[in-house]
Ligand binder design. Structure first.
Ligand code: HBI
Ligand code: FE
Length: 290
């Protein structure tokens, strides 16, 4: 649990249930907080036209995610649950891994209840309600992705038992957070970390700097990542069906295959890669990262 440095998270000390959920207390959101959501929503919706995958754009309408303030997670869940059995549960911030995986394995998505402060309008590291609800929730309305997220939760419980959580966390990072997907019109975004970020929504698809590599489970599980900047490599799945297929039997067997394999640097290409675009890495070189 990250202590909030500047008191930006007014839920930081909210009373927690045993499963780390809290009361969203939707009535407590101020007009300023609702207005900030509306401005974030409007700006990002404009950016995502022609960039987000169809499933995400369609679900935003189906779930009535729009500019009428911060969603009440209970009411949002009542719209989502009939579609795929998922609910969205309010939490303070990051929850312990075992709690997180247990929620996912039971089709509950833990979403931060706080909204970022104005001075962090463009970017913040912690998952606030805009990142979690605008970024993650729409795809939970897609039946195949919804199945993947539950399988990921079950896989996480197993990875912890095997001491290989870091391998599975990389899968989450390069798909659920920063994944791209093929479409007849070209590459599209499905990762929540990109969907909720105006700059990375452009960078991930258009910039010459990052590598773009066809998704391969073992390759992704070996690949390091950065948490405080644009990604240096994006992985591209063919479809949510192919992503779900990788979870067969809680990822049985893959952990053994990657257990002793060397890590791959975030900016590196691997001889076995199916390279879609070889990045110039100029963004990272000028930042001294590559
Ligand atoms: N907690 N609320 C929340 N949201 C996350 O995305 C999250 C978390 N706890 C752990 C976690 N993610 C990751 O460490 C796992 O994906 C490995
Ligand atoms: Fe996230």
């Amino acid at each position: 649990m990250t202590e909030t440095s500047t008191g930006k998270n007014r839920y930081a000390n909210a009373a927690r249930a045993a499963d780390w959920t809290i009361d969203q207390d939707w009535a407590s959101y101020s007009a300023e907080e609702h207005d900030r959501w509306d401005r974030l929503f409007k700006r990002q919706s404009d950016v995502l036209e022609g960039r987000a995958c169809d499933a995400a754009l369609e679900a935003m309408h189906t779930l009535k995610l729009s500019e009428d303030g911060i969603p009440d997670m209970g009411r949002l869940s009542d719209r989502l649950e009939p579609l795929t059995g998922w609910r969205v549960v309010p939490v303070t911030d990051l929850v312990p891994d075992d709690v997180f995986f247990n929620h996912l394995a039971n089709r509950r998505f833990p979403a931060g209840a706080f909204i970022r402060p104005e001075e962090e309008f463009d970017y913040l590291e912690e998952p606030d309600v805009f990142h979690d609800v605008f970024g993650h929730v729409p795809l939970l309305a897609n039946p195949v992705f919804a199945d993947f997220m539950q399988a990921y939760g079950k896989g996480g419980q197993r990875a912890m038992a095997l001491g290989q959580l870091h391998n599975l966390a990389r899968l989450y990072w390069y798909t659920v957070e920063f994944g791209l997907i093929q479409s007849p019109e070209g590459l599209r975004i499905f990762g929540a970390g990109i969907l909720s970020s105006p700059k990375e929504s452009v960078f991930s698809l258009d910039a010459p700097s990052p590598n773009r590599v066809a998704f391969d489970l073992a390759r992704v599980m070996r690949t390091k990542y950065v948490i405080d900047d644009f990604q240096q490599t994006y992985f591209v799945i063919e479809s949510f069906e192919t992503l779900l297929d990788t979870c067969y039997d809680d990822f049985g067997g893959i952990y053994a295959a990657v257990k002793d394999a060397p890590d791959i640097e975030a900016h590196a290409l691997d001889p076995g890669d199916d390279v879609i675009t070889r990045g110039t890495l100029e963004y990272f070189k000028q930042k001294g990262a590559a």
